[in-house]
Design a protein around this ligand. Structure first.
Ligand code: ADP
Ligand code: MG
Length: 316
């Protein structure tokens, strides 16, 4: 049965708002209205996913609904912001109810977990493209910026890196792997929202790893005017990524591969003991140190390799 634009919005996306602090008016008018509490800033970020660029044409709609929200929440996490509201722009070739039902389920499962309101959006016909704008609250003096890393700060990552890139290699038939866990790292990344909030007042700089560790840490280095040295043996990998590196010898993959959506952050010596107290809940690993000399280096087998700090760039 055909479904029009407004029925579609009502059926899948218009839900009562959570009892959250900031939505004053949600879906249904020309604009939503938000009120930002005194002493807080509204952190705003947008990410788009386009068919054939960010996902394959047969991609599972449940996973797309999850992922478009997850990648936006990951940006909020990287600033230490608490997610509160999002808007959703959907461009669809046709309004397929099965696709929409699954997409909405994936989207709402993650949105409800963080009590996020969907406050508006846009729905148009065209080649499949999905955009979310996410908004979070952050104490006006506390945001985790990229620009404040200092020589001597320790560098950490949450979780493990390389899994999402390995999943892509498996899907493209370039590597035979075993693991559903690896595939879910690509299809259903979990944004490090709690970790970002825990790092407020501790991390000097933070970024989420969307384009690859060397690229994203590179953003911190450039903005902060510093360099870094990483230790290969300290890096945290899943057993699947470890096996991949052992079998193929391609040790750079987990450093340059994107889409892990972990956090990379720096911590000054003075805050180290506070972080140590959080280490068990935080699932994070110290991987290197910020230094004065510009550039990014990694020590592996007693040899120093310099890295280009470039990840995936559209148009290049
Ligand atoms: P306008 O034409 O004034 O921009 P629309 O008619 O496009 O508004 O949308 C009607 C209402 O539905 C608006 O409040 C808009 O924010 C909301 N909306 C449209 N598409 C979506 C969507 N995909 N998800 C959530 N809200 C949506
Ligand atoms: Mg209008």
């Amino acid at each position: 049965m055909a479904i029009g634009e407004f029925d579609l919005i009502n059926r899948y996306f218009d839900r009562p708002s959570h009892q959250c602090a900031i939505t004053r008016l949600g879906i249904g008018d020309d604009c939503a209205l938000l009120s930002v509490p005194e002493g807080q800033h509204l952190a705003v970020t947008t990410d788009t996913m386009v068919e054939n660029i960010h996902f394959f044409p047969d991609a599972d709609p449940f996973c797309l609904g999850h992922k478009i929200l997850a990648v936006n929440l990951s940006d909020l996490a990287a600033m230490g912001a608490k997610p509160v509201a999002v808007s959703l722009a959907l461009t669809l070739p046709k309004p397929d109810p099965d696709w929409l039902e699954a997409f909405a389920q994936g989207f709402w499962q993650l949105a409800d977990r963080y009590q996020i309101d969907l406050i508006g959006g846009d729905t148009t016909a065209g080649p499949l493209s999905i955009t979310v704008q996410a908004m979070g609250l952050i104490n006006e003096k506390m945001a985790l910026r990229r620009s404040n890393a200092k020589p001597g700060d320790a560098i950490y990552i949450t979780g493990t890196i390389g899994d999402a890139c390995l999943a892509l290699k498996m899907i493209e038939g370039n590597y035979q792997g075993e693991s559903d866990a690896v595939l879910s790292r690509l299809h259903q990344p979990l944004p490090r929202v709690a970790e970002g909030l825990s790092l407020l007042g501790i991390a000097s700089a933070c970024v989420d790893i969307s384009d690859g560790l060397t690229s994203d840490l590179g953003h911190i280095l450039k903005k902060s005017g510093v360099g870094a040295t990483l230790t290969w043996d300290a890096l945290a990998f899943s057993s699947s990524v470890r096996n991949y590196v052992r079998i193929t010898g391609d040790w750079k993959m987990p450093l340059i591969g994107g889409e892990d959506y972990e956090l990379c952050f720096t911590v000054p010596l003075s805050k180290q003991s506070i972080l140590n107290g959080l280490m068990e809940q935080m699932d994070c690993t110290k991987i290197g140190v910020i230094d004065q000399v510009p550039g990014l280096r990694i020590i592996k087998d007693n040899q120093v390799t310099s890295f280009e700090m470039q990840g995936y760039q559209h148009f290049l």
